[in-house]
Design a binder for this molecule. Structure first.
Ligand code: GMT
Length: 380
């Protein structure tokens, strides 16, 4: 198939999923065309079957708000016509599914009148936060209803979308995935561990875009409690609005030397593979891709019991779950586990087994291929 993919190309989870999906589909001989305002961050140059089309947005002085969604729709239509795409797959409803809807209408109305079905994948904040803003809600609902296929990344998000948006069309749950051959505890990466911690120290890790929903200050609070009992370091991967507050809190608590802000990283699997525990104390996660990537690397997630996380992490078996803001309980889970080497390694192995059993890309990508085929059949 020839598939156009649009996503936010930065560090958000939806962009990561979209990019990894494109790469996996390209490996299965599909022709993939990314259409976005910059090259998706995990998109490696020169991968076979992968093309990238930049969307230029003119910055005419009259445009206080440059109309990216219109430029995107135009580019989607152009690329679809020129490369004879079979369908578009957009990640994150706002504004991508609106642009896809416009591109589809443009091509249908202009000779040679091509059909261009589009699939929308809902990831989370497009529904839980942004879509609830009244100014976005009606158009988000409309573009979901106009999609030729809709997928959600968890049962939780599907139920929430139906409840809040009252959409009538079928929403297929296709969970997020991880490449289990790439995300693992490779022995050759273990040397890196010494760059961050001494042999008697544990490593805790957090990976996010440091937005308020991630509660990065809770990460520092938990680590502060753990550090008092267990010699350890905290690796913080990513960047975003709450980073400086987190840095300041670490300074105030006198643990700044043990909290290592690594910023955005291209190969997160190499950092996960040297870690012991992942802290993900989010206010809400419709899936929690970071927890899944950690689990594949035998890193035990300690997360909040919110959204789709319980669909990924089985409490007491493949990780631990606690209430939002309950930093004492999350710290206790970490202290008990990190103090017991055999329990830590056993749970790490179970976490990987859990990831492999249900979320490996080898299991999930065929679900997308099958879904595309059904969409194309219906649209024919
Ligand atoms: O987590 C974010 O802030 C980014 C956001 C996105 O859409 O880029 O992530 C959402 O999509 C991820 C990939 O599907 C999910 O793993 C995250 O749980 C989800 N985030 C939230 O629901 C807050």
């Amino acid at each position: 198939m020839k598939i156009g993919i649009t996503c936010y190309p930065t560090y958000g989870g939806s962009g990561v999923v979209a990019t990894e999906l494109g790469l996996e589909l390209a490996r299965r001989d599909h022709e993939i065309h990314f259409i976005s305002y910059s090259q998706p961050i995990r998109l490696t140059d020169g991968a076979p079957n992968i093309h990238y089309h930049e969307v230029e947005v003119s910055r005419y002085p009259l445009f206080e708000y440059p109309p990216y969604d219109l430029a995107l729709a135009t580019r989607m239509a152009e690329v679809s016509q020129l490369y004879e795409l079979d369908l578009l797959h957009v990640h994150y409803a706002i504004p991508h599914s609106v642009s896809a809807m416009l591109a589809k209408q443009m091509l249908a109305a202009t000779p040679p009148r091509r059909k261009l079905p589009f699939v929308t994948t809902l990831h989370g904040t497009d529904i839980t936060l942004v879509g609830l803003d009244r100014s976005y809600l009606p158009i988000t609902r409309f573009s979901i209803e106009q999609s030729d296929g809709v997928t959600a990344i968890s049962q939780y998000l599907r139920a929430r979308t139906i409840k809040v948006f009252d959409v009538k069309n079928h929403i297929e749950v296709i969970p997020n995935f991880v490449n289990c051959d790439e995300y693992l505890r490779k022995p050759e990466w273990q040397e890196q561990r010494r760059e961050y911690a001494s042999d008697d120290e544990r490593i805790l890790v957090h990976l996010s875009n440091f937005r308020p929903v991630k509660r990065v200050l809770d990460v520092i609070e938990i680590f502060d409690r753990v550090r008092k009992k267990i010699p350890s370091k905290l690796l913080l991967i990513g960047d975003g609005p709450d980073r400086s507050q987190a840095e300041w809190l670490a300074v105030q608590k006198g643990i700044h030397d043990h909290v290592l802000f690594l910023g955005k990283q291209d190969r997160v699997q190499e950092k996960l593979a040297i870690s012991d525990v992942m802290l993900l104390p989010s206010e809400l996660e419709s899936f929690g891709l970071a927890a899944l990537e950690a689990m594949a690397c035998e890193v035990v997630p300690i997360a909040t019991r919110v959204g789709g996380i319980p669909e990924v992490v089985e409490h007491g078996v493949t990780g631990f779950l606690a209430d939002v803001g309950d930093v004492d309980t999350m710290a206790r889970y970490a202290i008990d586990l990190l103090g017991d080497e055999s329990a830590l390694r056993a749970m790490g192995k179970r976490a990987r087994d859990g990831a492999r059993a249900r979320f490996c890309s080898s299991k999930i990508i065929p679900l997308y291929e099958d879904f595309y085929r059904r969409v194309l059949e219906r649209a024919a």
